[in-house]
Write a protein that binds this ligand. Structure first.
Ligand code: ZN
Length: 133
């Protein structure tokens, strides 16, 4: 598998509107349009920074994955996303190497990306997202 770069860092926030005040207004970062991901019960928005991006994740449902995360840990870094050349190949290789996966198959992420999560138990406690764009 080929890991190309850190695609983005995902930050769980209580409110994207409030989150925008720091990342947008204070840092002056340009904000992409927000996108609702119904299946994940989340609204995401991206701030491009050089070769990477900051992703803010706001839950639409307290029982969704981000809702539960906020309840347990509060706001903060939720995941690190690595861009890979071919996500199907990467997942196959990781599975062969015995890496525990959250998603065996890629699913649709924000911005039309293909994404899949690896289990934090396999990655030193960090939720890692693979993404292919
Ligand atoms: Zn992400």
């Amino acid at each position: 598998m080929k890991v190309l770069k850190i695609d983005h860092l995902g930050i769980a926030v209580k409110s994207i509107t409030k989150g925008k005040k720091f990342w947008g207004d204070v840092l002056g970062l340009w904000l992409e349009d927000s996108e609702a991901m119904a299946e994940e019960k989340v609204i995401t928005t991206f701030f491009p920074i050089g070769e990477s991006e900051i992703e803010l994740l706001e839950t639409t449902d307290p029982d969704g994955p981000i809702g539960k995360y906020l309840e347990k840990r509060g706001e903060g870094i939720h995941h690190i996303a690595l861009r890979v050349e071919n996500i199907e190949e990467a997942l196959k290789e990781l599975k062969e190497k015995g890496v525990r996966l959250v998603d065996e198959k890629p699913r649709k992420g924000a911005g039309g990306a293909k994404i899949a999560f690896l289990h934090p138990k396999a990655t030193n406690g960090v939720l890692v997202e693979l993404c292919e764009r």
